[in-house]
Design a protein around this ligand. Structure first.
Ligand code: BDR
Ligand code: CA
Length: 309
């Protein structure tokens, strides 16, 4: 199995990324770290522990990371995820404990202990990953690759161009894109292919376990805010696409390109300028996920949920 560390800000779609990683035999989930993003750190950390508790996942350490971006203040995405970042279901008291270590320390320990290089999957702002690369450059060789949900080749979701995770901490994203580590960008251009149709919700509900019932409540809330805010009653389940790619590369096509992160633009701060057509002739620094095998993606999600509690 592929060893994975998931760095997340749950968040409805982050929860499905956690479940996909925890419920798929092809992945060993070494640890989970949290970051301020969709909600404040106390909420995203609590929610990560709730997500693992609901799914009956034990023995995976959860550690809290950065409570705000490198150089900016945090604006949580309450308009999509609600005040606690996980609106919809009633949240049980988590049985999964919080690790004493901070996120950077936990990731460092796991990278050092793993016999093989580890895949890092960030599904929130890149603050923790940027801090790790700055503080522990000696561990670069222990990272097999980074598969990130964020950015876009086109439209944004917090402005005409910027996508939320990139917009929250563009300086961190800039640092990661400049790191020269193997990097895959799962942006809005592909995540908007993973639409939560009524049929998707019903097929997840039909799994009939506790995780799926909780998941249906999450999906219904998420689609209701997407309808209210973006006029999209079938919201896009962004984050688990990253994990699906780690499981099976054929779930998405990719195109190698150069990406610059806009940190200063008057209208475009936080946008990813993806040079898909090689106008600049710069060295590519990321694989850009382009087309999703939609049935395969949902099949992977359903199979994982069915393997959980
Ligand atoms: C990203 O932002 C968050 O709202 C989601 O969890 C996802 O990671 C989509 O722009
Ligand atoms: Ca997220």
């Amino acid at each position: 199995p592929t060893p994975v560390i998931l760095d997340c800000d749950p968040g409805h779609d982050d929860v499905f990324a956690l479940w996909l990683a925890a419920g798929t035999p092809a992945i060993t989930l070494l640890g989970v770290t949290t970051v301020g993003g969709n909600g404040r750190l106390e909420h995203t950390t609590f929610n990560a522990r709730v997500a693992l508790t609901v799914a009956g996942v034990e023995g995976v350490p959860v550690a809290a990371g950065a409570d705000k971006p490198l150089r900016r203040e945090l604006t949580p995405a309450t308009w999509i995820h609600g005040d606690n970042a996980l609106g919809g279901p009633e949240l049980p008291e988590p049985a999964v404990p919080l690790d004493e270590r901070g996120a950077i320390e936990l990731i460092s320990d796991l990278l050092e202990a793993s016999p093989e290089p580890v895949t890092l999957i960030p599904t929130g702002p890149l603050t923790n990953i940027a801090m790790l690369l700055e503080q522990r450059p000696d561990l670069r060789g222990r990272i097999k690759e980074i598969i990130w949900m964020g950015g876009s080749t086109g439209r944004g979701n917090v402005g005409a161009y910027p996508e939320f995770n990139a917009w929250v901490d563009p300086e961190a994203a800039d640092l990661v894109f400049k790191s020269a580590l193997p990097l895959t960008m799962v942006g809005l251009n592909i995540s908007h292919q993973a639409l939560i149709t009524e049929q998707v919700i019903e097929s997840i509900g039909a799994i009939g376990n506790e995780t799926s019932a909780f998941g249906v409540e999450l999906l219904r809330f998420f689609c209701s805010t997407y309808e209210a805010v973006q006029n999209m009653p079938e919201g896009p389940l962004h984050d688990p696409i990253t994990v699906a790619i780690a499981i099976d590369r054929t779930v998405a096509t990719v195109r190698r390109s150069h990406v610059d992160v806009e940190t200063k633009g008057e209208f475009t701060s936080g946008a990813t300028a993806v040079d898909l057509h090689d106008m600049l002739g710069k060295e590519p620094n990321a694989d850009i996920a382009i087309t999703l095998d939609v049935p395969k993606f949902w099949r992977l999600v359903r199979e994982a949920v069915a393997n959980l509690k």
